[in-house]
Ligand binder design. Structure first.
Ligand SMILES: [Zn+2]
Length: 478
């Protein structure tokens, strides 16, 4: 069950903001024609007319601890890519016989296919709520949620997503992806799978994104047909497109990213023609690209004004993406098993591309490990990308916050989504925020201060040290 709707806030007083050592007050107003609040002013803290924090309060000891602190306030967190229907399969006893044995990619495909045959609406809603509850507690206020549609699950996963979207609408904005994990142009079930996808798109106006997996088709030609269909259909229906693409580390395989970009150009999909966006997920094959190839990718995207974002999915990529075994490899010992995940900070800084980081899967055969906390990913990124500076930490936070929000097309008031990236909290924004406190969770009478974005990314605080503001309503975790 979602938390009850939080109290409307009129101000948050005595706070720290990123990039400033001063203390600030934020005022929030609710326009009469909108349920969403707006930040109307950000001014230096007025300690005369206010004590410390003008937050909803009950007068308890907890509130006293909260009021005497100066929280760091940052934009809220976002899941740009997460599978709602496959979350926490491993936590449900009915799927116990499908726990990983070899841990291989093919086993994950077959065990997940078997699990899907057992999916029911109540089960999907229960596991989906586990994911939503943990995400919302972490500070997530928007997510792109993938749900599968095919001849096995039919429309059940979409139905669950639509139910959860409504039920959790006062806590999180859920953007639904109608997702073809299975082939739609090859294998005996292709026709049925595609027909269920079309039925879902026809029936549910809540679907905002068409997602497919070109690499599961049985030939490169069919994969290209899959790409062309998704782009063409999304243009006709005015949807975003999200591909699971080039998920391998095999130089012998053709990278299909080129076909995606050339198809977009041929179809005239650019930032002038539509506000809908393209997301390319995994893309581990691209880690084998030369600098010249990346330069060429960046040139194609920028010169044609393509609204393309890459999403690295490191917990899945590091678990699953490894090169094909060779006769000389020692992959069975695990000593030379190279892993690969998109170098997200380099794509942004060196090539000027849009790139973000997502959780992808949780608690299933594709990714048995990880948490629903996007800050865990940002923290992981410090090690994966060797990104140890304060500026690196700020960029990683953006990748699970404002950049992720822009990437899924949730820009500010329909303006250019890219103008909303960065960590600045500014006037006229809808207040989607996380307040980070130095709470004494140890009960030892001490609490280590977390003064900066880097402190938050390097060592993410517990959920109990975070309060969340969604559209101007406060949800307290403590
Ligand atoms: Zn995925």
């Amino acid at each position: 069950m979602p938390p009850t709707s939080g109290e409307r806030i009129t101000s948050i007083r005595g706070i720290k903001l990123p990039g400033s050592s001063a203390i600030w007050d934020i005022k929030v107003d609710f326009p009469s024609d909108s349920p969403q609040g707006r930040i109307t002013s950000i001014t230096p803290h007025d300690s005369i007319t206010s004590s410390s924090a003008d937050l909803p309060r009950s007068g308890s000891d907890k509130d006293t601890q909260t009021r005497t602190q100066t929280p760091l306030v940052l934009p809220s967190l976002v899941h740009p890519h997460i599978h709602l229907d496959k979350a926490f399969i491993h936590s449900e006893p009915q799927y116990e016989h499908l726990l990983p044995v070899s841990g291989s990619f093919h086993e994950a495909l077959s065990f997940t296919a078997a699990a899907k045959e057992l999916f029911t609406l109540p089960d999907l809603i229960k596991r989906g709520e586990w994911l939503l509850a943990e995400s919302v507690c972490a500070g997530v206020t928007a997510m792109r949620a993938f749900v599968e549609v095919d001849h096995v699950v039919k429309l059940t996963c979409v139905e669950a997503a639509v139910t959860l979207k409504k039920k959790w609408s006062e806590n999180c904005e859920i953007q639904i992806v109608c997702f073809a994990q299975d082939p739609i142009f090859s294998t005996e079930h292709a026709g049925q799978n595609l027909s269920y996808i079309e039925e879902a798109l026809e029936k549910y106006s809540e679907i905002e994104v068409i997602g497919t997996t070109p690499y599961v088709e049985t030939s490169v030609e069919k994969s290209k047909q899959n790409i062309e269909w998704a782009i063409t259909r999304a243009m006709q229906l005015d949807k975003h497109v999200d591909f699971h693409l080039d998920y391998n580390l095999d130089e012998g395989k053709e990278a299909l990213v080129w076909h995606v970009l050339h198809t977009l150009i041929r179809c005239g999909w650019n930032r002038q023609s539509t506000s809908r966006q393209i997301m390319l997920g995994h893309c581990t094959r691209l880690t084998l690209f030369t600098k010249e190839e990346w330069t060429q990718i960046a040139h194609l995207i920028k010169s044609n004004d393509l609204p393309v974002t890459f999403v690295g999915l490191p917990t899945s990529d590091l678990y699953m993406a490894s090169p094909p075994p060779t006769s000389t490899s020692t992959s069975t010992t695990g000593q030379t098993r190279v892993r690969g995940t998109l170098p997200v900070p380099d794509l942004i800084r060196d090539h000027g591309l849009d790139a973000v980081i997502g959780v992808n899967n949780l608690g299933n055969a594709f990714t048995p490990w990880g948490t629903a906390d996007p800050l865990f990913l940002a923290c992981l990124g410090v090690g994966i990308y060797q990104s140890g500076t304060r500026a690196d930490a700020e960029l990683l936070y953006e990748c699970v916050s404002t950049r992720a929000r822009a990437a899924i097309g949730l820009g500010k008031d329909g303006s250019d989504c890219r103008s909303s990236v960065g960590l600045r909290v500014v006037e006229d924004q809808c207040p989607n925020l996380v307040l980070f406190y130095d709470r004494d969770m140890s009960k030892c009478g001490v609490s280590r201060p977390q003064r900066s974005v880097a402190d938050i990314v390097w060592n993410p605080p517990s959920f109990s040290s975070r309060d969340v503001v969604f559209e101007g309503r406060m949800k307290k975790n403590f």
